[in-house]
Design a protein around this ligand. Sequence first.
Ligand SMILES: Nc1nc(=O)c2c([nH]1)NC[C@@H]1CN(c3ccc(C(=O)N[C@@H](CCC(=O)O)C(=O)O)cc3)C=[N+]21
Length: 282
Amino acid sequence: MTARILDGKAIAAGLRARLAERVATLPFSPGLRVVRVGEDPASGVYVRNKDKAATAAGFDSATIHLPADTSEAQLLATIAQLNADPAVDGILVQLPLPPQIRTEAAIAAVDPAKDVDGFHPLNAGLLAAGQPRLVPCTPRGVMHILAEAGVPLRGARAVVLGRSQIVGRPMAQLLLGADCTVTIAHSRTRDLPAECRRADILVAAVGRPEMVRRDWIAPGATVIDVGINRRPDGKLVGDVAYAEAAEVAGAITPVPGGVGPMTIACLLENTLDAAIARRGAA
Ligand SMILES: Nc1nc(=O)c2c([nH]1)NC[C@@H]1CN(c3ccc(C(=O)N[C@@H](CCC(=O)O)C(=O)O)cc3)C=[N+]21
């Protein structure tokens, strides 16, 4: 068998087009502000792509770039200004942050109503309580891909590989909310390959290049690769050994062109949701 390729790039383009149509009907431009501290190189590409996508879809998007030696107090003051600015609907503090800033402090400083990353403990807690409000972009994007691909969720066995606050945990909550039987596996899981082989839907989000091999995948399973790792030779690879996995899986997302573009489209979707919730327009 050779797997169906789940084209996240195309699905993201469709989603962005629908969002742009909705934005065009609003009496305002939803405001998105990305706060970047320092020069993390991976963040550079991401911030540029996001800014381009947001502007093209009619959002009022801008990046606030602070120097690498910004103090935590200075960052919190910048966030407070954005919280207070009525034109700003969505705030994203780009991670990773430099070591002098506590990530939890920055995340907790964002007004939960403007937290378009869905990282604030209030939004994480609401999701865990089964009352999702603003949901992290990458897991939201994965749910769109599964829906577009027509993957049955009710009663399906889903294994999420990775337990981060950003992807693994919220991903598991969304799949549970869609009536999957969910396992969260991680670096300390005993016999990881056997655990993964039980999955109808396998979501790999560990950040280890090509860790998931052919024999970790049940024939016909849907494989979602969240990893974006740059190899020493410059090539972008996922957490899944793509070529061999595609020989057993029923469907698989590529890297690049899979989950990554969905993350950006869902950032716009969250920003539109936040804008409508805040301003009461429809
Ligand atoms: N507060 C915060 N929120 C984030 O969502 C966040 C963050 N910080 N820090 C960095 C990571 C990384 N991230 C990516 C999103 C899309 C692509 C993407 O579109 N990738 C393209 C390839 C781009 C390329 O060629 O490098 C693809 O997979 O096809 C990549 C990376 C969001 N992040």
